[in-house]
Write a protein that binds this ligand. Structure first.
Ligand SMILES: *Cc1c(COP(=O)(O)O)cnc(C)c1O
Length: 379
């Protein structure tokens, strides 16, 4: 099945009782048993729910994986992954990381005896010196947030796997429309479904997709035992959103390219971070592992003045100032004070995140309106 067909059909089967073409919202916490211990595979909705099952199967198919698991948020999914580790284990993570991921690693899990190292990964060999006997996991996010570095999944996976270390890729920015990490040698894909997958800024959800049966069983156990599951209504909304993932992503990419080029040509703009530029340091890797370059762009202003950056953001009409990304509407954010405020300033500077950096999530509106908005805001 091709990708566009999977978005619509994978995991979705007409309802057996009525033939309903859309997966019903099974808004139920429990299920009647015919006799004691005799049931139809459903006992309690923390453990199984048919709407969630359909979505999990759909997500697994999109990432070319065997098992899909949904969680109440992206961070709940990450939480479940780290709970499969033991005290003393180490995780080597990319340094240009989603702020909330950095926070859960350092503020929640370090006190349980887990160690996290944050390292630059744009050179695949650079991680070798950070791997030890205790390293159990390599955590990759690519494109990175908000600097838009590209990490070579295949080369990192080769280095890690040669030592029996598992590789998780946060595929939130790219989505499986642009990049399929399992095909590139990763062991697991993590998603903040909240973003492009849901696509309409109306749901908070996370997901994990993987092939390994034993690890999937362990995570299914944690999903039920810890209980951070999404409700059926949210699963329905995401199933609905995913049916247009390919169409939305295509337009996000087209609009993203146009906005990136317009920014680059603007006299007030200093640096534009977007992997589609040939001048981007990781452009060749991006071209090899992604099918297009996405709609996430960061840029700085000449003079690097934080107040000027805020003034530009305040003038935007269609680029709404908000946390999050990946919805149909265009958003803008100021990472240093918003999404990445939980990362200490000295860590931010290490990864090149200037205080005047503006991040855009380019939506799927008419490009003429978006370009007009950029020009009026930049003056
Ligand atoms: C938003 C986000 C997360 C966290 O997901 P939530 O759904 O907000 O819990 C993780 N990684 C990336 C790249 C994100 O953008």
């Amino acid at each position: 099945m091709k990708f566009a067909t999977k978005t619509i059909h994978a995991g979705v089967h007409p309802d057996p009782t009525t033939g309903a073409i859309m997966t019903p919202i099974y808004q139920t916490s429990t299920y009647a048993q015919q006799k004691v211990g005799e049931h139809k595979g459903y006992e309690y909705s923390r453990t199984h729910n048919p709407t969630r099952d359909a979505l999990q199967e759909n997500l697994a198919a999109l990432e070319n994986g065997k098992h899909g698991l949904c969680f109440a948020s992206g961070l709940a999914a990450t939480d479940a992954v780290i709970k499969t580790l033991n005290p003393g284990d180490e995780v080597v993570s990319t340094n240009d990381l989603y702020g909330g991921t950095y926070r859960i690693f350092t503020k929640v899990f370090e006190k349980y005896g887990l160690k996290f190292k944050f390292v630059g990964m744009t050179d695949g060999n650079a991680i070798k010196e950070h791997l030890t006997e205790q390293t159990k996991l390599v955590w990759i996010e690519t494109p990175t947030n908000p600097m838009m570095h590209i990490i070579d999944i295949k080369s990192i996976a080769e280095v890690a796997r040669a030592r029996g270390i598992k590789v998780v890729v946060d595929n939130t920015f790219a989505t499986p429309y642009l990049q399929r990490p399992l095909d590139l040698g990763a062991d697991m894909v993590m998603h903040s479904v909240t973003k492009y997958m849901g696509g309409h800024s109306d749901v908070v959800m996370g997901a994990l997709i993987l092939n390994d049966d034993a690890w999937a069983e362990e995570l299914t156990f944690i999903q039920n035992a810890s209980g951070a599951v999404p409700g059926p209504q949210d699963c329905f909304l995401v199933l609905r959103g995913i049916k247009t993932l390919h169409l939305r992503m295509q337009r996000h990419c087209e609009n993203g390219a146009a906005v990136a080029k317009a920014l680059k040509a603007h006299p007030r703009v200093d640096k534009v971070y977007w992997p589609g530029f040939e001048s981007h340091p990781n452009h060749e890797v991006a071209k090899a592992q992604m099918d297009d370059f996405g709609g996430m762009i960061s840029f700085t202003l000449k003079g690097d003045d934080v107040e000027e950056a805020k003034a530009v953001m305040n003038k935007f009409i269609y680029f709404t100032i908000a946390e999050s990304l990946g919805g149909v509407e265009s958003l803008c954010g100021h990472p240093a004070s918003m999404t990445h405020a939980s990362i200490p300033p000295e860590e931010r500077v290490k990864s090149g995140l200037l205080d005047s950096l503006i991040r855009l999530s380019v939506g799927i509106e008419d490009i003429d309106d978006l370009l007009e908005d950029l020009h009026q805001a930049l003056g």
